[in-house]
Design a protein around this ligand. Structure first.
Ligand code: ADP
Ligand code: MG
Length: 237
């Protein structure tokens, strides 16, 4: 066997899931332009659970939306699952987004759809059979503890239950990365820990990487690694 063949067999795990290099980011134009992120460097490997914390306005959400391929990088390098996003085409950005599950503070459930239907929506762009989709939706809603609530509407669920539906929706397409922005902000301490613990357990089972933004210091101990952002810079503490 030639060494060329062997080198293409290199395990994908060798490649970081998220690689940020000399990333700067600016909002606004001309005189009003303001630098928000300053020379960020960051590497997150497959299966890691990383919490990004720091004061309000420090740039956490901006970084998360860049990593999530929801906003285009301007300078530096941002590689997600081996794909460079600097100057990437909209089609590439879309393909990367399909490999990411998103969870936000306001769970963003559609109020006129049941828990089951909200989760189902996340599968509609993925090419799988109706039977397989049904199996996956039931499995994931059961895994987040909502087997008895699948056909309830958001108005009939508690805050923690709604956030668990949002987790199910983010995970049902089996993404390689979960990005969560302040997912516990609207929850009491116990529900907040419960949702993060469920997210972690499912992610670990699936080898999924989690990057979770929070300034909720009640959940920091759940991370493999904690990053701290201040005034647009990642700082050691
Ligand atoms: P965090 O999530 O840590 O609170 P953000 O990334 O939301 O921080 O915001 C960082 C800074 O960028 C803040 O000063 C905020 O006012 C500013 N900012 C956020 N979004 C925009 C935007 N779309 N246009 C202009 N400024 C923005
Ligand atoms: Mg934010």
């Amino acid at each position: 066997m030639s060494s060329h063949v062997a080198s293409t067999d290199r395990p994908i795990a060798a490649q970081p899931t998220i690689a940020v290099t000399h990333l700067n980011h600016y909002y606004g134009q001309g005189n009003l332009q303001k630098q928000i992120l300053f020379d960020l460097n960051l590497r997150i490997d497959r299966g890691e659970i990383v919490i990004l914390t720091g004061p309000s306005g420090s740039g956490k959400t901006t970084l998360l939306t860049l990593i999530g391929s929801l906003r285009s990088p301007q300078t530096g390098s941002l590689q997600i699952l081996g794909q460079e996003l600097l100057h990437a085409t909209p089609a590439t950005m879309t393909l990367i987004r399909r490999r990411i599950g998103y969870i936000f503070q306001a769970h963003n459930l559609l109020n006129f759809l049941t828990a089951y239907q909200n989760v189902e929506m996340a599968l509609e762009i993925h090419d799988i059979s109706a039977t397989e989709a049904d199996r996956r939706i039931q499995d994931i809603l059961t895994a987040v503890g909502l087997a008895q609530r699948m056909h309830h509407y958001p108005s009939e669920l508690s805050g923690g239950q709604k956030q668990r539906v949002a987790i199910a929706r983010a995970l049902v397409s089996q993404p390689q990365i979960i990005l969560a922005d302040e997912p516990t902000a609207a929850l009491d301490k116990q529900s907040g820990r419960d949702v993060v613990e469920i997210m972690e357990k499912l992610a670990k089972e699936r080898g999924c990487t989690i990057l979770l933004v929070t300034h909720d210091n009640r959940i920091l101990d759940l991370a493999d690694r904690i990053l701290y952002m201040e005034d647009g810079q990642l700082v050691d503490r």
